[in-house]
Design a protein around this ligand. Structure first.
Ligand code: FAD
Ligand code: FES
Ligand code: FES
Length: 477
């Protein structure tokens, strides 16, 4: 029997992955195959000109089995799309037969030079086909990862607001009823190295044990930037984005367990508001396009001092479970980061999941200070979770990002708050302590003084928002 040749279905027809290396991104593969609609604007996930649609299993059990998800083609390894279904702007419509999204953009003057337009069309098409969209119009987050230099956005927003609903015979709407493609056992070897998709967790653990020099890749929103802009290469890339054991979400009486390879969009959909701190954080994390790939495992593994998940998970007292070929261990997140971009993770270990203990503290907030509202990296992130009993702060947990070489807990401030009345004067005193936590640096995003000032305001804001006494069942009295 002949070996299966790696390929994907693009706009309904097979497209081979011959010639693709472990470092080739999906955008380069599509464009070199003649599908030049998707553009390269930045090659680092910032502009969305490269957006395409992929068919993915629906995140929740409700209704249709498949969702059309928009992703940044510039970031994902082309090899990771083996066996998958992709739609590019060419597959949506043509000049003679415009897709409804293209019609709206054209009608309302939403395209000038046109460079960004294919990306906007794909993001808008994902919104058009979003399974839980029940009325015309557009979620503002749908376009948060797309930039345009020409239109000033108003006409694009008009087109988005005018989006109707798919007709009954729309082939992409109908496609959602059938199952999404499953992950296939890809192994693609080239001069730059091998891309191997792990079949399951034990396969992933065996592969990383066998290739300790290899790199695990989930959403590739960090790794893809390293490959494109810093010429990072690995002799062995292990795709873990479709490993079922890393994609579970479990709710127990005493904890919520979130799989490391669920995308942030999937977590948003599946968790809803059950962990309010995460529900507040996730819409502020990058853009919809990035959240459709990015994972918690990738965010924690990079140990970025300005990563957004860590401050929230520190305030939630989360634990990280690491799996290896020789077993599993759990580490409190507060002990996970050991230095600048360093963690306790040993070679051969994979972050399996993150566990958030219950019950949650009723007073919680995530403050991200960044230059832009959407799609920006934090200058400072502050996450707070407080228990207040009979007007007294019985527990305070504060996670900080952007103020030290690693995400940290604001331990002095926590001590300063605990046992004190939940009052403006307590908060005012503690805010002065919080300003002095960490060792913020000045850089192109913010000066050290600005970062300190922002730390100082976070608690005042928390008190202003949640200052009234809260009864034991969490209801304002
Ligand atoms: C435009 C843009 C905007 C961004 N905005 C934000 C933002 O607002 N906030 C923020 O915090 N980050 C942001 N990021 C960074 C990035 O999106 C996140 O860090 C994301 O969570 C990484 O997840 P991933 O699955 O894509 O990681 P990948 O790129 O797949 O992997 C990153 C690293 O983690 C390792 N890794 C991945 N999964 C595991 C695992 N389960 N176990 C062990 N190691 C693992 C990989 O080996 C690799 O070294 C942004 C990135 C871009 C490109
Ligand atoms: S080229 Fe800019 S996001 Fe991909
Ligand atoms: S139309 Fe020119 S960049 Fe958007």
């Amino acid at each position: 029997m002949s070996a299966r040749l790696p390929s994907a279905t693009v706009n309904g027809a097979p497209l081979g992955l011959e010639g693709v290396t472990s470092a080739t991104n999906a955008l380069d593969w599509l464009r070199s195959s003649g599908l030049t609609g998707a553009k390269e604007g930045c090659a680092e996930g910032e502009c969305g000109a490269c957006a395409v649609l992929v068919a993915r299993p629906r995140a929740t059990d409700a209704g249709d089995a498949t969702e059309w998800i928009a992703i940044n083609a510039c970031l994902v390894p082309a090899a990771s799309l083996d066996g998958q279904e992709i739609v590019t702007v060419e597959g949506l419509g043509s000049p003679d037969e415009l897709h409804p999204v293209q019609s709206e953009l054209a009608l309302r003057g939403g395209s000038q030079c046109g460079y960004c337009t294919p990306g906007f069309v794909c993001s808008l098409a994902a919104e058009f086909y979003r399974a839980d969209r029940t009325s015309p119009g557009c979620d503002p987050h749908a376009l948060s990862g797309n930039l345009c230099r020409c239109t000033g956005y108003r006409p694009i927003q008009d087109a988005a607001d005018a989006l109707g609903m798919p007709s009954g015979d729309d082939p992409y709407a109908r496609r959602r009823a059938a199952a999404a493609p499953t992950a296939v056992p890809t192994r693609l070897t080239s001069a730059t190295g091998t891309y191997a998709r792990a079949a399951d967790l034990s396969d992933a653990l065996a592969l990383i044990a066998e290739h300790p020099e290899g790199v695990l890749v989930a959403g590739s929103t960090d790794w893809g930037v390293e490959v494109n802009l810093r010429a990072a290469r690995s002799p062995f890339v292990i795709g873990i984005d479709r490993v079922d054991e890393l994609r579970t979400l479990e709710e127990h009486d005493d904890c919520v367990v979130v799989g490391s390879a669920l995308t942030l969009s999937e977590i948003e959909q599946r968790l809803g508001n059950r962990v309010p701190l995460l529900a507040e954080l996730l819409p502020q994390f990058a853009s919809r396009l990035i959240r459709n790939g990015a994972t918690l495992g990738g965010n924690l593994a990079t140990a970025s001092p300005i990563g957004d998940a860590a401050p929230a998970l520190l305030a939630l007292e989360a634990e990280v479970t690491l799996a290896s070929a020789s077993g599993e261990r759990s580490v409190p997140l507060s002990e996970f980061f050991t230095g600048y971009r360093q963690t306790v993770r040993r070679p051969g270990e994979i972050i399996r999941h993150v566990s958030i203990p219950l019950p949650l503290s009723p007073i919680a907030a995530f403050h991200k200070i960044a230059k832009r509202r959407f799609d920006d990296i934090s200058s400072v992130a502050v996450a707070c979770a407080l228990d207040v009993r009979d007007g007294v702060i019985s527990k305070a947990r504060i996670g900080l990002g952007g103020v030290a070489a690693t995400p940290i807990r604001a331990l002095s401030t926590e001590r300063r708050l605990e046992g004190q009345p939940w009052s403006e004067s307590t908060v005012g005193e503690a805010a002065r302590t919080l300003r002095d936590e960490g060792t913020p640096m000045g850089d192109h995003r913010a000066s050290a003084a600005y970062r300190r000032a922002m730390l100082g305001t976070a608690l005042l804001r928390l008190h202003a928002d949640h200052g009234e006494p809260v009864s034991t069942d969490g209801v304002r009295v």
